[in-house]
Design a protein around this ligand. Structure first.
Ligand code: A3P
Length: 346
């Protein structure tokens, strides 16, 4: 499949020390081999990343490609639907008919489907050929799905820019969305409990400590953000904030429209904002990851994929010690950077 086998992935991939990995796997029960750290920033990913690193780094980016990128739980799904609708002349029919997961291959999801888990899902769904087909689809490497795509490609990824194709912004375009890391952590904690490929069984406080100590997938969080932030003025990059979408969604829609050279009336924008509201998202089967539910990959009784949809909900989860710890962690990470969240006063 890979036509670039002569190339080498340029960043070092190091195994996370086996003892530490074993300890982490007690809490993240979806992983069964271990973890790696990638490159000088040490991005933390499952062991299976080794199989996809080069394929992703050397994938052919096309001029019409649009990547929607983020650290997980930053409003990716929301941004994906916004971008797709704006790019596709507000085609509500098609958006309803084709699930977001099919409109946007998730570039690296296959590395999170460990063979042990895949065998389990396979067995549980073995009565239904259609479900087995869906399982194959969600666990197929994103690069393979994308290579077969002949129309304009929309790509979801949580990978940081340094491990994506270096030609990405020369050829394609990226919309990156960032969110307050405290809300990200709460939201990702719930997703880690919900989705069996992560299978997290600890509490929030422990989870928060993994997150800020870079012992969690796709961390270090601030390095991820800063890599994209450095490119925010690039004409083929649009940098958004979740908090900006919650505060003034029509303005965010207009930014996306300008980025994609589209023009819509006030009425059209108002209708799109209605379509993008959290309440309509909750009832929209096309965007709420029903495929994962159907395959039994989501644990019943946990909070859903589309959850509260609010900024600032972290306050209900942080005690005084964690609040101070968060303040210090954020300040330390912003010390030598001009990165600022729009809702922060500092
Ligand atoms: P919460 O768990 O805080 O509610 P991602 O798509 O990157 O995984 O991000 C998921 C977060 O975005 C979740 O946050 C989810 O509820 C929120 N979200 C999804 N759709 C939304 C919408 N239409 N409006 C506001 N928030 C939305």
């Amino acid at each position: 499949m890979d036509v670039h086998n002569n190339n080498k992935f340029p960043l070092e991939i190091r195994d996370v020390e086996p003892k530490l990995a074993a300890e982490l796997m007690k809490y993240f029960t979806g992983e069964h081999t271990g973890f790696v750290r990638v490159g000088p920033k040490g991005y933390f990913l499952p062991d299976k990343y080794k199989q996809e690193a080069l394929n992703i780094y050397t994938m052919d980016v096309r001029h019409s490609d649009i990547f929607v990128a983020s650290y997980p739980r930053s409003g990716t799904t929301w941004t994906q639907e916004l971008v797709w609708m704006v790019a596709n002349d507000l085609d509500y029919e098609k958006s309803d008919a084709i699930p977001l997961t099919e409109r946007y291959p998730f570039l690296e999801f296959s590395i999170f489907v460990h063979p042990v888990m895949k065998a389990r899902f396979h067995e549980e769904n073995s009565h239904s050929p259609e479900k087995l087909r869906l399982l194959e689809l969600v666990s197929q490497p994103g690069t393979e799905q994308l290579a077969a795509n002949t129309s304009q490609r929309f790509i979801k990824t949580h990978l940081p820019m340094s491990v994506l194709p270096p030609t990405l912004l020369e050829k394609g375009r990226m919309v990156y969305v960032a969110r307050d890391p405290r809300d990200v952590a709460v939201s990702f904690y719930h997703l880690n409990r919900l989705i069996r490929t992560q299978g997290y069984i600890g509490d929030f406080k422990m989870y928060w400590n993994f997150f800020i100590n870079d012992l969690h997938h796709w961390t270090p969080y601030f390095e991820h953000l800063k890599e994209a932030w450095q490119k925010r003025h690039h004409p083929r990059m649009l940098f958004l904030f979740y908090e900006e979408l919650t505060k003034d969604l029509p303005a965010a829609v207009r930014r996306v429209a300008a980025f994609l050279d589209k023009q819509y009336s006030g009425e059209e924008i108002a209708k799109l904002c209605e379509h993008l509201s959290i309440d309509s998202f909750k009832n929209n089967k096309s965007v709420n990851y029903d495929v994962m539910k159907e395959l039994g990959i989501l644990i019943p009784g946990e909070q859903g994929f589309i959850r509260k949809g609010k900024a600032g909900g972290w306050r209900d989860y942080f005690d005084e010690e964690m609040t101070q710890q968060a303040d210090r962690w954020i300040a330390d990470n912003l010390k030598d950077s001009d990165f600022r969240f729009p809702h922060f006063s500092i």
